[in-house]
Design a protein around this ligand. Sequence first.
Ligand code: HEM
Length: 231
Amino acid sequence: MTSATASRSRPHARTRWLVPAALIFLSLVPIIAGTVRLADLSGGQVTPENARFFDSPVPVLIHIPTVTVYLVLGAFQFVPSLRRGQRGRPSWHKIAGRILAPLGLLAALSGLWMAVFYDLPPLDGTLLLILRLVFGSAMVAFIVLGFIAVRRRNYVRHSEWMSRAYAIGIAQGTIVVVTIPWVVLVGPVTELSRALLIGASWVLSLAVAEFFIHRRAHGSARRPHPSIQPA
Ligand code: HEM
């Protein structure tokens, strides 16, 4: 690396941790909500509001821990330096990826399980159920496609599919970003507006992922792709 290249890459080195920091910040609300829910369930007091979780506790007990680890650990998969292994040792990215793929599948499948079998709480309707089925299934499909791509050593496709899968997960944090302005400007959510806002969060998160995928692909036409190293 020339000194000119090194100095150009230094600001990038300083800012690269901003990406996981921002993703973890976005994750905070669903993670706190999940912790509150687990604390509520461990209290053992059944109310009309939480009865569906007591009726079938397994999926929620799988869902909340897996989504929490998936979002937090997954945020660090976007740090390029963690993709490089050293002295023949597997990289942090590769070790974490082996944990994240099954966790992501469990997170999405347990979400689908609850969507299908739990009684619908007030403000959850058929449209939200359909959206959950579509995006939950897409998350499963994207993780599987990302796994197949890495097995074929296609690291560019792997990173694209895994970025899309993570975008579906992080949308649980984006919901707050879209809902707060709605409540301030329009008023309390209804069954329809809640479903549309949650759907919009998924679409928005996937659009941001597509933007970065496109930008990286476009940039790679001029310089080598900083794809994941098979360390
Ligand atoms: C990976 C990111 C995700 C996070 C952080 C997350 C977070 C949560 C949390 C905290 C709860 C408990 C809600 C409560 O206490 O009322 C929950 C429930 C639920 N999640 Fe997720 N989730 C994620 C992904 C998904 C996906 C992809 C689906 C799609 C199928 C899904 C479907 C559900 C359903 C159906 C419930 C039960 C809702 C209810 O009956 O109130 N989740 N999720």
